[in-house]
Design a protein around this ligand. Sequence first.
Ligand SMILES: Cc1cc2nc3c(=O)[nH]c(=O)nc-3n(C[C@H](O)[C@H](O)[C@H](O)COP(=O)(O)O)c2cc1C
Length: 207
Amino acid sequence: MKTLRTISIMAALAVMLLCTSNSQAQDQSALEVIMARTSIRSFTGEPVSREKLETILKAGMAAPSAMNIQPWRFVVVTDKEKISKVFGTRSKMFTTAGAVIVVCGQTTVMRKPYGQPDAPATETPNMFWYEDCSAAAQNILLAVKALGLGAVWTAGYPGEQRVAPIAEVLGIPENVKILCVIPVGVPAENPNPKDKWKPDNIHWEQW
Ligand SMILES: Cc1cc2nc3c(=O)[nH]c(=O)nc-3n(C[C@H](O)[C@H](O)[C@H](O)COP(=O)(O)O)c2cc1C
């Protein structure tokens, strides 16, 4: 009786293990996602769920950040009419996106002067904002790919003129800059990732 019970427990454990390894096999590894990502500029027009967008933004916010200031801010537009109105003049690809994520960075931070713990905090420039926000944007592109969606980084900073109308209509404050604008959606194209492996770009041990 005891042996039978042990055998059935072991069988149940084996099934659980098999199920786990199967579901892991279905998941793409981080390296697979990185190597398979490519810019997508054509979308079916289907919406992207709030749940997926929050997963994507969570990945963005998991990026490294100098002094952990986390200067990233995101404006997410999902309303079809608004997407066409705000981004449609920039490029036609936006009009078929399910959502648009505007990756912004707070360029200043409230900080006490160094070595003066009793002094009041004042607004000081955060010179690392665009590095942090670039890391967040890349995480966003990878999360999009991992969810079977597509996206492309379109330029913002430092070409501020190009995005000034977007900043104005979205009400983005003065000390917040647009790093990039990312249309996200169900891909309507399936380009092969570019092979960018160039060993000549590497200098082992010494340039
Ligand atoms: C800083 C930056 C700005 C970019 N700006 C644009 C843009 O304005 N429009 C666009 O279609 N793609 C833009 N891209 C996407 C690049 O064209 C694309 O990443 C590059 O051609 C490599 O292709 P891949 O992303 O498929 O690997 C930009 C990418 C970066 C990193």
